[in-house]
Each structure stands twice: as structure tokens, then as C-alpha cells.
Write a protein that binds this ligand. Sequence first.
Ligand SMILES: [Zn+2]
Length: 316
Amino acid sequence: MRHNVFDSMPSNIVSDKANVFADFLQTAGLYDSMKISEDNIQDLILLLDGKVRISAYCKECKEKRVFSMKPYIHFEDDDTGCYSQKLSEEVFRFQKSSILENTLSPNESVKKQNTAWKWKNWQIEEVSRVLVFQFVCSMNERHHLDYIVLTTDNSMTKIGQYPSVADMTFPELDAYKHVISKEDRKELGTAIGLFASGVGAGSYVYLRRILERLIYQAKTTAGDAVNDEEFEQARMAERIKMLQGYLPEMLTKNTTIYGILSKGIHELSEDECRKYFPVVKECIYQILGMWECERRKQADEIALNKALSTISSSIK
Ligand SMILES: [Zn+2]
């Protein structure tokens, strides 16, 4: 099946979550790669055309901001002078002409030859080998968010980013500062830093350790409601199941998570560790989020009680 590119360049702006390449730029660790294919080439054209807005933490503003990018321009020299070209339009034109060629070709064997799909033609091969996506903060044009990728053999590999994933993730952790121990916070930082540098198993080991400690913390809260002996003998995935009501429901009821967690560290490949990392990190965030929510609710109740008792004593 042929996946058509759009008829003309769309003018609407899309958000980062709706664009697979923008999502990749933001979430992938260094040296992670993804395929560029007929299914997602539209997304790449939109990204190159400056049509994608990214919502991310701005290191300078110290807040979440919207970032945007100008259309990707490259320059060409020939005898008559120097021209600037929009890369998005060149990819778009090439995709349209390949589709046309394939539909018009009466000869099946020619069709087959042409089916080796490519995302770009030789004219832009060199200029697009390394792409630098330069996003700018909506509040200040001097605040940048830069991503560098390598594009070879119909794939995109992330080879650089500034500010680093760690720089941008640490502020996220501030939201949980009241419920996370110093040790966990430090190791979570290490794990994120390692993952961002392309380390799979190493980063995953830290996450598992943190998750194990959080599960023990939940067990302490649960007390006798969960049998000590059974808990000690169970594997991590089963322990989570036992702690229903003390951990987020999303965790205690999700069987995919058990699949990921029941595998021992030694059974996992480097690739699997990198693939599971964001999921396990999210589990940790969910637990911390639940505890933070409870902590706030308690604090609000205490404050309200205090206010009420002040009023009741003044009414008397
Ligand atoms: Zn900013």
C-alpha cells in the first residue's frame, strides 16, 4: 500500500505529541534511532517546515515553555550564485515525484525497482546528513533548545542535544521533593543522566533499585495488611500486586508492567533496558505523584481544621 504525502504543504501548526519525530527528539536518549518511512515522512516534512511546536522546560525561564523552529533552510551554490532552499519542500517534491513515477510506470519490473523507498534524493543527501533542529523559547528568542541528528539509510539517530535530558528532567523531580528521599533523588538523577548518554542496563539498574525501595516504603505503610513472609518471598511484580491500595491502581492492575519487572536485570539486553527505561521511570513518577497528592490533601485538611477551630473559638 502506498501512503500518500499531503497534496500541498499544510499551514496548520501541530504540537510535539502529535509528531513522531518531535516526540523522538524530546524523549530519545543519545544514539537511539528510529526509522524514517512512508508512514511517518509527513511528520518529518512538517518538522522540517517549522510547523511543530514543542512544549518543554526552559532552562533559562525555569518554567515550561512553548518552543518553535524556523523552517529548515540550506544553501546551494552554482555558477549563477547562491540559493537558499527549504528542505521540507525538497523532501515534499521528491516524495510526490516518487509516488507519481510509481503510479505511472506501466512496467511491473520498473515498479519493483522503484519500490526501494527513500526519504530523500541525492541532491540533498549531503546537506541533510547531519540535521540541527534549533528551537527557540516563545518568551525569549535567546533561549534555545537544540537537537542534532544523523540521518542515514532511512533512519534518524539522535547524536546531540542541549540543554541535556538531565538538565531538563531534574526540575521535574522538584515536584516530588517532599516525598522522595535524598538517596532516591540522587540515584534517579544518575539514572536519567546515564539513560540520556545512551547507557541502557546501567541506568535501568538504578531505576529498579529505586522502585524496589519505593515498594518497600509502601509495604511499611501497609503494615500487617500484607503478609510479611509472603511479601519477602515474592518477586517484584507480585509484590506490586499485593500492595493494591497502597500503590497507584495503574501499577497494581497493569499486566504489561509485571512482564517488564519480572525479568531479572541479567536477563535483559541493553536494548530492552533502554526500551523499558521510560516506562519504569513513569511508574516511579506515578508512585511519587500519588504520595505527593496524599501529602497535599493531608496538609490541606490540617490547615482547614486549624482555620475552623480558630473560627469556632471566636464564635463562642
Ligand atoms: Zn525561555
